[in-house]
Design a protein around this ligand. Structure first.
Ligand code: GDG
Length: 467
């Protein structure tokens, strides 16, 4: 393989100063590109009055990136529109929040075309292209129409919804058919892969030719589950930094005689924050004897602020966190700390380490890297307990966590109590099994498995037409 070209909506490699960028995807991709001498292509995050396709090529933090600016209308229709107001809510089962607007679909197609036109001249024979996430589903179709014959893989970081949910999308067939222009399509879990297969079987005369080999729309496609992992060793290594130690000491100092419960999430309705807050409130109500022994810290940096649903959930969370403290706080004590600030990754590591309980309760999540970060940061001699939603992709691997239904305040409250009162021996047993999994199925394993499946001997030869 000569080069790996990674394509994602945003390109944000770590800078030479080692400053950490937010987002599980960003961390995972930077790690992949350092290994293979590669190129990272995508949107610069900036807008321009008129799209020119002019590339900005830079090398930083060991990663070469090529970015393009987009027009304001592209942002509205493609990024805020089709990606974040249509596909994101739909794929997270929030049909009530999904906007179906023809202009969004057109913007989505236009930006994918523009990406393809700008990227195609950079592609050399032998390059392998790895496209990421729901923003860029039709990219392979656009590249193929420009004559690109290289191997192209696609990885979906978010859930693939059940067939009955998927068919709410106008022109869903067109979107799924475009996926057959990839050589390999990867999902986070076997469950999402199955849901995709079921769609193809019922909507596109599909046939499962053999495990992982799917026929549909008269074409053949490789599919597989590739659960994303953490840069586990690097993350655990961060605990040794001065920033992590300081944050750990700070959190330990402000929870003397108390246990810290921590949640860290982008402020997003899929992360189950409202339900979690209500679950914590229920815990406080039901356990007057434990009340003064806990502090719950929720870190939730704001995201996608220009999308209304995100403004609304932010308002509701402000009210709910105020209500919980109003109800339970005393002159010298408050049970809940809710912050919208963004912290450095090493600081987060220190915070996780200081916590007795990590609470990760999304309503739906492709994987959820916070669950893995919490485990990676624990003290082996006195580890904390992970409370994890059954509906996170991570629940498939992390069976020794306390698994809960995030929609049930009772289950969340009971799990918090169980985690806080769990004997050390059980905490250690559970953590050891979780840590072994997080270390074994790390980001390197994820990347190598995907790239091997895309380039290996089992890979299909183009053209993959079967009639
Ligand atoms: C998508 C899928 C899938 C959060 N607050 C801060 C901060 N974070 C970091 C966390 C973690 C990342 O953001 C979030 O990753 P998640 O996996 O939890 O979720 P999404 O952002 O929704 O990512 C998801 C993922 O892609 C990868 O495939 O797991 O299911 O939705 O790393 O630590 N980072 C810093 N400061 C913060 O305040 N530095």
């Amino acid at each position: 393989m000569s080069r790996l070209i990674v394509v994602s909506n945003r390109v944000n490699p770590p800078s030479d100063q080692g400053e950490e960028s937010v987002g599980g995807l960003a961390m995972a991709l930077a790690a992949a590109l350092r290994e293979y001498s590669g190129l990272w292509f995508g949107w610069s995050g900036k807008t321009t009055p008129e799209f020119t396709g002019q590339l900005n090529i830079q090398t930083a933090g060991g990663v070469t990136s090529a970015t393009v600016d987009l027009e304001e209308i592209d942002l509205d229709e493609y990024y805020n529109g089709y990606a974040n107001k249509t596909l994101w809510p739909l794929f997270h089962y929030r049909i009530d929040l999904a906007a179906f607007d023809r202009a969004f679909g057109e913007g989505y197609g236009r930006v994918n075309r523009r990406f393809a036109q700008t990227l195609a001249p950079l592609i050399e024979p032998g390059d392998v292209i790895w496209v990421h996430d729901y923003h860029l589903i039709p990219l392979a179709r656009e590249l193929r129409s420009l004559g690109v014959k290289n191997r192209i893989g696609f990885f979906l970081h978010i859930p693939w919804p059940a067939h009955q949910v998927m068919i709410n999308l106008p022109r869903h067939r067109q979107l799924v058919e475009a996926m057959f222009d990839y050589d390999l399509v990867g999902f986070q879990t076997a469950e999402f892969q199955q849901a995709f297969e079921e769609y193809v079987l019922s909507e596109a005369d599909g046939v499962l030719v053999s495990p992982g080999r799917l026929k549909g729309f008269g074409r053949l496609l490789e599919v597989g589950a590739f659960p994303i992992g953490l840069d586990a060793a690097a993350f655990a290594g961060m605990l040794e930094t001065a920033k992590a130690r300081r944050m750990h000491d700070l959190m330990t100092a402000c929870t003397v005689f108390r246990h810290l419960i921590v949640g860290v999430d982008r402020l997003d309705y899929s992360k189950g924050l409202e339900e979690r807050f209500v679950g914590f409130e229920r815990f406080l109500t039901q356990n007057p004897d434990l009340r003064r022994e806990v502090l719950m810290l929720q870190i939730a940096p704001v995201s996608r602020e220009s999308v209304e649903a995100y403004q609304e959930i932010r308002t509701r969370l402000d009210a709910l966190s105020g209500r919980i403290n109003g109800e339970f706080a005393d002159v010298d004590w408050a049970p809940f700390r809710y912050v919208n600030k963004n912290y450095r990754r090493d600081e987060l590591a220190g915070i996780y380490r200081a916590a007795r309980v990590g609470v990760v309760t999304p309503l739906r999540d492709g994987m959820n890297l916070v669950a893995k970060e919490f485990v990676a940061a624990q003290d082996p001699a006195d580890p904390g307990v992970l409370v994890l939603s059954r509906f996170a992709g991570a629940a498939r691997q992390m069976k020794q966590a306390l698994l809960v239904n995030p929609n049930s305040p009772e289950e969340v409250a009971d799990a918090l109590k169980r985690a806080l009162t769990m004997e050390k021996a059980e905490r250690i047993d559970r953590w050891e099994a979780l840590f072994e999994g997080v270390t074994r199925e790390d980001v390197t394993a994820w990347r190598d498995n995907f790239v091997a499946a895309l380039t290996g001997p089992r890979a299909l030869q183009r053209p993959a037409l079967v009639r």
